[in-house]
Design a protein around this ligand. Structure first.
Ligand SMILES: *[C@@H]1O[C@H](CO)[C@@H](O)[C@H](O)[C@H]1NC(C)=O
Ligand SMILES: *[C@@H]1O[C@H](CO)[C@@H](O)[C@H](O)[C@H]1NC(C)=O
Length: 369
């Protein structure tokens, strides 16, 4: 996003207006994207801390001409309805973040009902990522919102029990990340389709990985930018209602559409680092949980999960499941390198047709294949 003088004047005006008149009437100039949050108990005493990510921004423009232009030329004159869908999905890429904004969360279902967040960032314009304490929660799925955001679920889980860390693109959702054109169409306007068999498998894992009546914590880890949260989250709600969980996404303040899509398509190491860091964060939240990690061979999941295993060991990374994507590098050499030091009985590689039988694996009983 290039900041013209007008943009800056607007941002400053909004900040000044908002800091002077409090409480404000319903804010119409600004909006907050709140991602669904993960809740953990740092002291194991029932008091919950939530890890929240929010993006405060000026109301988004109706159209975003560099994006329209890019889609029109790349998708060879995408027609009107599809363009409208794409503009809706990519709407947040045109949003200008608001630095130094102060957001208050209204939490339902926990002791603390009004929680102040630290001010939004200046460098990563408008974003705030923070841990905030909300006390004990009587509800198993509390909710949170700000005065100008949608309501999101807090997925809170006790310190012990099992969990699933799952990739999204081409693990549970057909994205075709290996083919630029298809990836773009699937992301821009096609109805998102789950990988065949995955909704049933996750539904069954939600039951079979419940231990001592603690349901497994599902965490969706994708290297997609957070601007795609509304799209990806509604995909999860439609197709994975029995296995919902927080969606951890990258903070990317992209400047132009081409950059966004090259980034989505890119297979370089930057993403490896992002996912490894996120697994480190998850370890910080739940050092005593044990995870089944699920990904695919189209990008760097084998390398990411291999690294995480070496770092945290079998106590934390219980099993690694890799969906073999057609056209990806599924060679022995690749996996040998990615999984050096990981015991063979921890790793399961499977094709799409094998997905239904994965329900029979006794992961809770210590098996991975
Ligand atoms: C799409 O491209 C065509 C031909 O290049 C052009 O006539 C049309 O105005 C463009 N539409 C948009 C929405 O950019
Ligand atoms: C939130 O808490 C976790 C676990 O204690 C920690 O690893 C992480 O760094 C904290 N994040 C922030 C933004 O403070």
């Amino acid at each position: 996003m290039k900041f013209t003088l007008v943009t800056w004047v607007w941002i400053v005006a909004v900040i000044v207006l908002r800091s002077r008149a409090r409480p404000l009437p319903r804010r119409s100039l600004t909006s907050t994207l709140l991602l669904n949050a993960l809740g953990f108990q740092p002291r194991g005493d029932g008091k919950v801390t939530i890890s929240i990510q929010a993006f405060a921004h000026l109301a988004t423009p109706e159209s975003f001409s560099p994006l329209t232009h890019f889609l029109n030329s790349t998708l060879h004159q995408i027609h009107g309805d599809h363009m409208a869908t794409a503009m809706q999905r990519f709407n947040l890429f045109g949003a200008v973040g608001i630095p130094f904004d102060k957001l208050t969360l209204t939490v339902k279902g926990c002791e603390e009902q009004d929680v102040e967040l630290p001010r939004t960032g200046f460098k990563d314009l408008g974003i705030v990522i923070a841990n905030v304490s909300v006390g004990k929660c009587q509800s198993s799925l509390p909710t949170a919102k700000t005065d100008n955001s949608d309501t999101v679920t807090i997925f809170s889980s006790p310190p012990t029990g099992l969990g699933i860390i799952s990739d999204v693109d081409d693990t549970i959702k057909v994205t075709d990340v290996l083919e630029f054109q298809k990836m773009l169409e699937n992301t821009a306007y096609k109805d998102p389709v789950p990988v065949a068999g995955m909704p049933d498998l996750y539904h069954s894992l939600a039951k079979s990985l419940t231990s001592y009546s603690i349901p497994p914590q599902f965490i969706y880890l994708s290297d997609s930018p957070f601007q795609l949260f509304p799209f990806l989250n509604s995909f999860l709600e439609s197709h994975f209602p029995a296995s919902l969980g927080p969606l951890l996404l990258q903070s990317l303040s992209a400047t132009n559409p081409e950059e966004i899509f090259n980034f989505l398509f890119d297979k370089s190491g930057q993403k490896l680092d992002f996912k490894v860091e996120q697994i480190e964060r998850i370890h910080g939240f739940y050092p005593h949980k044990s995870f089944l990690v699920i990904g695919d061979s189209s990008k760097q999941d084998p390398e990411v999960y291999g690294k995480a295993y070496i770092k945290f060991g079998s106590r934390f990374i219980r099993c690694i499941w890799i969906h073999l994507v057609d056209g990806a590098d599924n060679s022995e050499e690749r996996f040998e390198k990615a999984f050096r030091g990981v015991p063979d009985d921890t790793i399961l590689k499977f094709s799409t047709s094998e997905i239904p039988r994965l329900q029979n694996i006794d992961v809770a009983g210590g098996k991975c294949k």
